[in-house]
Design a protein around this ligand. Sequence first.
Ligand SMILES: *Cc1c(COP(=O)(O)O)cnc(C)c1O
Length: 429
Amino acid sequence: MLRAMSESPSHQTELPEADPEVWALLQGEDQRQRESLRLIASENYVSSAVLRASASSLTNKYAEGYPGKRYYEGMAFIDPLESLAIDRAKALFGAEHANVQPYSGSPANLAVLLALCEPGDTTLGLSLPAGGHLTHGWKVSATGIYYNAVQYGVRKSDHRIDMDEVRDLAKEHRPKVIWCGHSAYPRTLDFAAFATIADEVGAHLVADIAHIAGLVVGGVHPDPVPHCAVVTTTTHKTLRGPRGGLILCRKAHARAIDRAVFPGLQGGPHNHTTAAKAVAFKEAATPEFTAYAKQVVANGAALAEAMLSRGMSLVTGGTDNHLVLLDVTPDGISGGQAARALDRCGIELNANSIPFDPRKPFDPSGLRIGVSSLTSRGMKTGEMDRVADLIHRGIAGAAAKDGNPDDALCAAIANEVREFVTPFPAPGL
Ligand SMILES: *Cc1c(COP(=O)(O)O)cnc(C)c1O
């Protein structure tokens, strides 16, 4: 008995002792996040308060249903917690109804289709290669398999969304749902123009603001809520909350949306994530967060300018939001080669298709670069020139030997990156 207890970790042993293997990996990742230049446009650093809420005993509780209408007992704290998250989400976005249960952005989008469409109905969304998301009807996604998904793109001349094309396709195909929103589009969206088109064809307009939710609540991107039947978002990108999803909608759709999330698509909500969402919504309503969102956009513009001044080629020639799309074709390498070399330089980003990309999606021509994470660490426009310089030299190193990165150069840049970013604090562990 005694032996068994000493050999197997007790239920109360803290993680470092209970599972040194997992602890070491967790520590390694935490350190990597502190020491690298994190430029993945969909990522961020959450606050210590958000981290704490997600790592709580709320994970132990089942709560299928909604506040006041559950299939389980023991809801004394879970019901008020979910109600608090809902109220904060509604207040933050000025929405009539909020569902805080979606496990992430993708299931939130599928829930919307389940609520508003029948299988086989027509939808219209921005195509993946033009900067849209998989779940807006791309052919390998459930949203493209079970629905008749028509896609719009961007204009060949300036790589911007062409509202005339959206209107023409809407009139021709009469979609039930029109998606607006993106994962890799460096310009603002004209929700009012989308709404006019949706009205003309009797479609439900759905904005997916996964990438830009933090900018919307910070007042530095147009607001979709007044124009849309439904708005979906992730909570973990510019909004800087835990990994999760959120659906906002008009009262008229509240019942259908709630039923689509549960029991339509999901079982029990992840209460620890609900708590962390509530914390993030509170943070996002502060003047500090508004200042953060403004700084994100200012940093995006400063980074774009610094890259352009180095002769780098940006899709649409710049940015209005948190991300730039860099075309590395002039460097004679692929986006994949550039991204892998930059990773060895401690610069973390992702290869991305550019509009009308001649290369395959798995190894496209571009890099997607976002500034939300660096801004959370306190970097300002003054630091963006250095960021552009590091990226520029890293790509030159990658292109040096026929796309085989220069090892010494990558190691030297990684050291520089570590010294550069370490003074900027990042909550972790
Ligand atoms: C990231 C993203 C999603 C998906 O979110 P997951 O949490 O990864 O499922 C959906 N829509 C858009 C526009 C996104 O950028």
